[in-house]
Design a protein around this ligand. Structure first.
Ligand code: S3P
Length: 167
């Protein structure tokens, strides 16, 4: 089996579902956001503040390369990873890309308001919807498999697990 890369908007449950699936099938779990933070010894908001989004994307790209060469597992990919076609090509070469999809309103409610996602300022309710529409096609065209992320966690885990057994 190759990697199973979980992509999708913030709030689609990539980290929660990814960890659960990895535990169930006894595979490593990787979270690109966490790995970016570990490698930079800084939080994502700190990296955005110091280096801007482009600095963060450069770091994220290096993590995609690094994870792609590690033992096969489940990867929770940061929501913006698909913005770089080189990332999508790298992910595809090393496994299967599974989109956790859902309507923007449901996913936005899950994300809530916080200060841990620099692209979602707490005072800009429209921003999530804008990003979701800008990326909708990109997510779809990058995905090998699309899973409905708005069901129960158990249902989403089961669907992703099925995708893993086919990968
Ligand atoms: C981002 C999503 C975040 C994180 C960063 C940028 C995005 O990850 O990588 O804040 O561009 O959608 P999650 O999708 O895990 O929230």
């Amino acid at each position: 089996m190759g990697h199973v890369w979980l992509i999708g908007m913030m709030g689609s449950g990539k980290s929660t579902v990814g960890q659960l699936v990895a535990d169930r099938i006894e595979r490593p779990f990787y979270d690109t956001d966490e790995l970016v933070e570990q490698a930079g010894d800084a939080s994502i908001p700190e990296i955005f503040a110091a280096e801007g989004e482009s600095g963060f994307r450069d770091r994220e790209k290096r993590i995609v390369e690094d994870v792609a060469s590690r033992p096969s597992g489940i990867v929770a990919a940061g929501g913006g990873i698909v913005l770089d076609p080189a990332n999508v090509a790298r992910m595809r070469r090393s496994g299967t890309i599974v989109l956790l999809a859902g309507d923007a309103e449901t996913l936005r409610r899950r994300v809530g308001l916080g200060d841990d996602r620099p692209l979602l300022p707490a005072d800009d309710e429209e921003r999530f919807q804008t990003i979701a529409s800008e990326r909708r096609e990109l997510y779809r065209s990058s995905a090998d498999v699309v899973v409905d992320a708005t069901g129960t966690v158990d249902a989403v885990v089961a669907e992703v697990e099925a995708a893993c057994s086919e990968s």
